[in-house]
Design a binder for this molecule. Structure first.
Ligand SMILES: NC(=O)c1ccc[n+]([C@@H]2O[C@H](COP(=O)([O-])OP(=O)(O)OC[C@H]3O[C@@H](n4cnc5c(N)ncnc54)[C@H](OP(=O)(O)O)[C@@H]3O)[C@@H](O)[C@H]2O)c1
Length: 297
């Protein structure tokens, strides 16, 4: 698992399936971040078609996403589609988003999907390196803040609530040199430590898995927390990476197929807390822990 040849083989031979038609999400509320397009939008539309009572789409610019509301509502007239602003470069925006979620009467399913693949060093509005801020810090903070509403819903409905973090197979392919030392996050903000190509993106996707595992180990209540590899898909993720975009045109899945992987992780595998799911089955993730690899040498 995690070898390049294996990755290409799985891309060419595996076909992700949508969640089965008989799965009903009736009366439930789902929340998906990064839902303006790509896999997040596809997953949202798929969940909506299974009888959700409400879906919340976390997007950077709600005014740009009004057409999404009408598209989903046209196919699912009874659903309440809400479009909420979320900018993961900004901690206050994440906090405001989570405060809004805390006011919901229930929150059953969360897919933390928002992400960026920056292959050149850039600093986010919050001051941290961009991939680190959006993919790791933003996702981790939001997962912590949404855990309370999920736990409350699980208790009140006597059914498992679900939290899925979107990682990547890239999490196996990391360059660890810039995370050694006592202050990993500070090291990751230093331009000289950025690495090459997808180094930093991959590292943040590893952090997604490690964070998910810790959160799942420490969380109380009936919340199933997992991470998913959606496969290599055609989407705007590759907009700053021409080589990635060309390769995605050759062997990438359609965004809807990546969306199937997200919905599968968020609705199936109810007994697999802390799991890493790839090709719609639970797989082994990296063996080491963040903490041992962070020790000074
Ligand atoms: N596509 C692949 O091959 C692939 C493979 C493995 C993992 N993934 C993961 O799948 C997830 C979805 O990616 P995708 O392929 O669907 O790419 P995408 O089409 O670029 O979608 C990414 C989503 O994240 C949002 N986003 C980006 N920066 C944000 C920020 N600062 N704050 C809030 N939202 C932000 C984007 O919003 P805007 O529209 O406003 O930019 C968009 O809605 C990501 O986590 C990615 O790492 C993708």
């Amino acid at each position: 698992m995690g070898s390049f040849l294996g990755f290409v083989y799985r891309q060419l031979t595996f076909k992700p399936k949508p969640i089965p038609a008989n799965v009903t999400l009736r009366a439930k509320t789902a929340l998906v971040t990064g839902a303006s397009g790509g896999l997040g939008l596809e997953a949202s539309a798929e969940l909506a078609a299974h009888g959700l009572s409400r879906i919340i789409l976390g997007v950077r610019d709600p005014s740009e996403c009004e057409s999404i509301r009408s598209t989903i509502s046209a196919k699912n007239p009874d659903i309440d589609v809400q479009i909420w602003e979320l900018e993961q470069e900004s901690l206050p925006s994440i906090k405001a988003f989570a405060d809004r979620a805390a006011g919901l009467d229930r929150l059953d399913i969360v897919i933390l999907n928002a992400g960026v693949k920056g292959i050149d060093y850039a600093v986010s509005k919050g001051g941290h390196e961009l991939n680190t801020q959006v993919n790791h810090i933003g996702t981790a903070l939001l997962s912590l803040l949404l855990l309370g509403p999920l736990q409350k819903t699980a208790q009140e409905t006597d059914a498992p609530a679900r939290l899925t973090i979107v990682s990547s197979e890239n999490h196996f392919w990391v360059n660890l040199k810039d995370i050694k030392g006592p202050d990993t996050l500070a090291n990751m903000d230093v331009q000289d430590n950025f690495g090459k190509g997808m180094d930093r993106y991959s590292l943040t996707k590893l952090f997604n898995v490690l964070w998910m595992r810790e959160l799942s180990n420490r969380a109380t209540g009936n919340v199933v927390i997992n991470a998913v590899n959606p496969g290599f898909c055609q989407s705007k993720l590759h907009r700053y990476h021409p080589g990635g975009a060309s390769f995605a045109n050759m062997i990438g899945w359609a965004a809807a197929q990546g969306g199937h992987c997200l919905t599968d992780a968020a609705t199936s595998h109810p007994k697999d807390k802390g799991a890493y799911i790839s090709e719609q089955v639970v797989k082994r993730h990296v063996e080491f822990t963040l903490f041992s690899s962070m020790l000074p040498t």
